[in-house]
Ligand binder design. Sequence first.
Ligand SMILES: Nc1ncnc2c1ncn2[C@@H]1O[C@H](COP(=O)(O)OP(=O)(O)O)[C@@H](O)[C@H]1O
Ligand SMILES: [Mg+2]
Length: 335
Amino acid sequence: MDIIRVEHLTKKFIIYEKESGLKGVMKSFFNAKRIEKTAVDDVNFTIKQGEIVGYIGPNGAGKSTTIKILTGILTPTSGSVEVDGLIPYQKRTQNAKKIGVVFGQRTQLWWDLPLNESFSVLKEIYQISDTDYQERMAYFEGLFGLSEYMKQPVRQLSLGQRMKADIVASMLHNPKLLFLDEPTIGLDVIAKENIRKTIKDLNQKYNTTVILTTHDLSDIESLCDRILLIDKGKIIYDGDLERIKASYGSKKIITFELKSITNIDKIDVSTFLKKDPDFIHTVKDNTLNITFNKQKLDIKDIINSVLSAADVIDIDISDDHLENIIKAIYTHGVK
Ligand SMILES: Nc1ncnc2c1ncn2[C@@H]1O[C@H](COP(=O)(O)OP(=O)(O)O)[C@@H](O)[C@H]1O
Ligand SMILES: [Mg+2]
């Protein structure tokens, strides 16, 4: 069943261009240049209940705007959206009960209230039973250790503490859908890992649908089977992550740890470059990094060539980072 339907969704913002200086300000006041900015441009997608979808794109691509429309904060300029049978901007309150939202850039909590009171307010708003509340708080306490700062006002929390609190707040009422807009900003590795675990847990236990935007593509790799790539307001890819990695990820990275780099110029780079113009080698301290196209060069030849020239302590071979793959798609388009 499709829990989210987005059809021909377009959102335009009107911005008024201001001129600088006092004269400019006065001039702009009377006849500022009116510019139309299309943030989301004829976007179509559907999401099934229980899917975890990565919504990714560069800054300004239109991710947050889409999420704001899905959560009822913004009204579309044209097109239609439906979230679990409701039109979010028409039924904001009803929609809010079913969804959990995190905007990493700003908190949904009450700035001046101590954290535990913010949670109590949410308990009342969402009419969560005492048993459910205690059980969920204990679960989140185990993952994030909130008790240390439970009595502090939200405004005194560090970014990482605040993010964890926001995430707990979004999940406290066990929503059917979760919209997470950059939920791992400013978090350490352990907290990130716990958030991923929580998302996976909720998805498996309750079939929670999740839309996630993040700049950390390792979040996407560990959580999402499907990605939506958006660029300049348009969806440029909608499909599974494996396929995109298979068709773009023809590059490999080999990292050699060397005893010394003295003989490194004996490696016959020019032959490799002739066969693979994208062959790159970089040296930093005693580490040699080689990126190459596995369809053009034989990994054995590269390793042999390095082994015969330098004293190698360790070798690591990995696939190209998803980040590079996605950058290539933005630059060269979808195959
Ligand atoms: N309230 C607004 N008024 C004017 N322009 C906006 C507003 N919100 C977003 N935009 C513009 O719309 C585009 C998409 O923004 P956004 O959805 O926040 O991108 P993303 O979340 O992908 O970084 C950007 O060019 C941004 O400047
Ligand atoms: Mg954004």
